[in-house]
Write a protein that binds this ligand. Structure first.
Ligand code: ADP
Ligand code: MG
Length: 372
């Protein structure tokens, strides 16, 4: 059986690697000739507007899925006439647009920071609803912190709006969060749902650097709240596949930041750190197979390798370290790979994490909550 993936980056690559043991094959569609999934999967290299290439891609596929938000909706709708697309195109329409996304979250009772659409003729009206400090974001095409500006004052807000114009914009209140968390859930064709342990995420310059699983210092209340939110999203959308929900923790409250209707960087730890990885469970879900157990195997950390690569020997010298390189050429700010560190206890994981950072010559990130 062959599954088609729109997009041929590292997520498609890891989907392909998870597919082989199940006897499945992946083919990817990506206009970039050097798409890194092409090293492990058949690559259809053509623009998303090329309907002849899309039709050929759809031929013989069990279903089609997608590895990135900003996929062309026209391409998706075109494919959906020929073959099942999971999750379905309407889901992508909502989560491609940060305004529709936040409106949807609110409509199903999931709290978010206050937000408002920016009217380019009267930008001050949106700020009145939200106040300062705030974050101005493009409604579409943002990722890894791109397409957004933090503004402390009214004047900075106006500058941010001018800088990001002419794109359609929204403005959000700046969340005074204690930490960032994410919850990853999966729903299968038959409606079965499974949810992974809550993940604690640390970003720098808008890019995820480190994930810790399970999130520290949770009595179970945060996990229960996050599980109820992701379950509500999966069910209300009749969703099929893996979904990630990014959250801000403010006191005991969780505010939804954004939804990724796909496998997610904060779920990479699950390859070694969970009974079943997010990649395998996504494939199981979209093909209508029973879901795999999402229980953690001990405690894990995931360290992203951004911009440059460390010595392989040094990484592999750390007990419990598993290296994943994506086969991409180094470039500043580019995600080149990740390391999952697994241990039987959080204390042992933290010890190994110190060792790992030492080996790769990076400073241990300042964690707002002390891990020890
Ligand atoms: P993306 O991940 O698509 O680039 P996000 O909306 O998740 O966009 O923003 C990236 C990061 O910027 C977040 O993980 C968070 O650290 C910070 N951020 C975004 N929105 C807010 C906000 N309203 N308040 C505080 N920080 C924010
Ligand atoms: Mg994000």
């Amino acid at each position: 059986m062959v599954v088609g993936v729109l997009g041929g980056g590292q997520l498609a690559r890891m989907l392909a690697l998870a597919a082989y043991p199940l006897g499945l094959r992946i083919e990817v569609f990506d206009p970039a000739p050097d798409a890194c999934a092409s090293q492990v999967a058949v690559h259809h290299c053509a623009p998303y507007e090329d309907e002849t290439a899309l039709a050929r891609f759809a031929e013989g596929k069990a279903c089609i899925t997608c590895e990135f938000e900003n996929v062309s909706l026209e391409a998706m709708r075109f494919l959906a006439k020929q073959v099942a697309v999971r999750p379905a195109p309407p889901v992508w329409e909502i989560f491609q647009d940060r305004l529709l996304e936040k409106q949807y979250l609110r409509s199903v009772g999931i709290p978010t920071v206050p937000f408002a659409a920016v009217d380019p003729q009267r930008p001050d009206e949106a700020l009145e609803q939200v106040g300062c400090p705030c974050v101005v974001k493009t409604r579409r095409f943002g990722y890894d912190g791109k397409g957004q500006r933090v503004a402390q004052t009214h004047e900075e807000y106006r500058t941010a709006v001018a800088q990001l114009a002419p794109h359609a914009l929204l403005v959000e209140a700046y969340a005074p969060f204690e930490r960032e968390l994410s919850i990853i859930g999966v729903r299968s064709l038959s409606g079965e749902i499974a949810v992974y342990p809550l993940v604690e995420n640390h970003h720098r310059d808008g890019i995820l650097r480190l994930s810790l699983v399970p999130a520290r210092d949770d009595t179970g209340a945060l996990q229960a709240l996050a599980t109820s939110y992701i379950t509500r999203l999966l069910e209300s959308l009749d969703y099929v596949g893996v979904m990630a929900l990014e959250l801000f923790q403010v006191g005991e409250q969780l505010l939804a930041n954004e939804v990724a209707p796909r496998v997610h960087n904060s779920g990479h730890w699950s390859i070694e750190g969970a009974e079943t990885s997010q990649f395998e469970n996504h494939l199981r879900a979209i093909l209508g197979y029973p879901l795999g157990c999402t229980a953690p195997r001990g405690a894990s950390a995931m360290v992203n390798l951004i911009g440059e690569l460390p010595s392989i020997e040094r990484v592999l010298s750390v007990p419990g370290a598993h290296l994943h390189l994506y086969g991409k050429s180094p470039r500043p700010g580019r995600k080149l790979g990740h390391i999952t560190l697994r241990a039987d206890s959080e204390a042992e994981r933290d010890k190994r994490l110190q060792q790992l950072y030492q080996q790769i010559g990076q400073n241990v990130p300042q964690l707002k909550r002390d891990a020890s």
